[in-house]
Design a protein around this ligand. Sequence first.
Ligand SMILES: NC(=O)c1ccc[n+]([C@@H]2O[C@H](COP(=O)([O-])OP(=O)(O)OC[C@H]3O[C@@H](n4cnc5c(N)ncnc54)[C@H](O)[C@@H]3O)[C@@H](O)[C@H]2O)c1
Length: 275
Amino acid sequence: MEGFAGKVAVVTGAGSGIGQALAVELGRSGAKLAISDVDTEGLAVTEERLKAIGAPVKADRLDVTEREAFELYADAVKEHFGKVNQIYNNAGIAYQGDIEVSSFKDIERVMDVDFWGVVNGTKAFLPHLIASGDGHVVNVSSVFGLFAVPGQAAYNSAKFAVRGFTEALRQEMAINKHPVRVTCVHPGGIKTAIARNATAAEGIDVAEMAKAFDTKLARTSPEKAAQIILEAVRKDRARVLVGADAKILDVLIRITGSGGYQKLFSSVAKGLIPK
Ligand SMILES: NC(=O)c1ccc[n+]([C@@H]2O[C@H](COP(=O)([O-])OP(=O)(O)OC[C@H]3O[C@@H](n4cnc5c(N)ncnc54)[C@H](O)[C@@H]3O)[C@@H](O)[C@H]2O)c1
């Protein structure tokens, strides 16, 4: 893959899954990488893989929920590489639980990481991306940012919010003639650790839930997902659907409409998500 030679790319949640694959693929395409994660062990693996490719890399522990740290980090990345071209706001967590039995804390935690993490990253890096003259914000939502399913209200809320935030940002950059492109990413089921790292409301067997995700829902490799995302970035797509499942679901919800898909999904979800 080519096209990112000399670009400075920031990837959050780069210690695992899609973030790790994005960082490696960007490194192979000639980019310089600023990678971060709360999981420093996973991050070290990504760093080693980038060094083996010969890609310049700066690796830091960063919790995307820590706004001030994120702002200091953005300045440090600019200082280190001299410019910043792209940010991939990818870090995320999953949580399973009906609204009725989820605590405010459970819901807030998902919003903090999956929504506010994206806002923090975008706001911290935006001045640097504008200054670069060739910027790109890539925010990772989900197919769960396109439709809702039972048990995923917290995650759905965060991912719908990422979509709204990102779609508004793209228009603002265009109106204000800023040299920053914006892409919102909607992956379907990707074979990563997301379900194994997930938390759930009391009484839900997380291991069973992860098994169901790994065997029934996750169809696309993180490497393939990264290639699809980077192709969309090259082509300046507003939205990218990752995986055949994402494309089929997108069509399905358009055809069935809001009421139709909710009726359909609530019956299908019963069989897929173990209680
Ligand atoms: N795997 C899927 O099927 C799928 C589908 C749709 C969307 N997504 C989204 O893709 C993104 C990447 O997820 P993944 O599937 O690669 O999962 P993953 O669990 O393999 O990787 C997520 C990474 O984010 C890191 N992280 C979690 N909380 C963090 C925080 N507060 N600060 C910094 N890093 C943090 C984790 O340590 C982990 O390394 C997430 O935003 C997720 O919601 C995944």
